[in-house]
Ligand binder design. Structure first.
Ligand code: ZN
Ligand code: ZN
Length: 137
């Protein structure tokens, strides 16, 4: 939690309780929630916080690189407090998104270089499948 205080101070951004709450919530979960889910999860503790405030808080957190935004190909974005590049897998049945751990595609930027004249900066990898829970149903 110290990093949010330091970064906000550096960037001269106002560290509001709502922004802290959104960041804390994202740090506490590995479920890659959407803005709506964050809004619902925080509603009992922050009854006056609107969905628009959650979106604004996320935008601010994104701008200072404290969270990353995932577009798994559905209408809404998911958010992740793990900002390191890591692959994700989404269940095509229930929509849950998980990290795929312990596999690295770090040298992929390097590999791709010989196939493009672009300067390669980054990549995002999403896998799709059926989660354990949906497999059983
Ligand atoms: Zn599922
Ligand atoms: Zn993730």
């Amino acid at each position: 939690m110290d990093n949010i205080k330091t970064i906000f101070k550096e960037k001269k951004l106002k560290l509001t309780p709502q922004r802290i709450a959104v960041y804390k919530y994202l740090c506490s979960t590995k479920e890659h929630p959407s803005a709506e889910i964050i809004y619902k999860a925080l509603h009992s503790d922050y009854p006056t916080m609107s969905l628009a405030t959650v979106y604004k808080a996320l935008k601010t957190l994104l701008s200072v690189n404290l969270v990353q935004e995932l577009n798994v190909g559905e209408g809404n974005f998911r958010y992740d407090a793990n900002i390191l590049t890591h692959p994700h897998i989404q269940c095509i049945s229930c929509g849950r998104v998980d990290d795929i751990e312990e596999i690295s595609f770090e040298n992929l930027n390097e590999k791709v270089k010989s196939y493009t004249d672009y300067k390669v900066l980054s990549h995002k990898i999403y896998f799709y499948g059926i989660c354990n829970k949906c497999k059983k149903e």
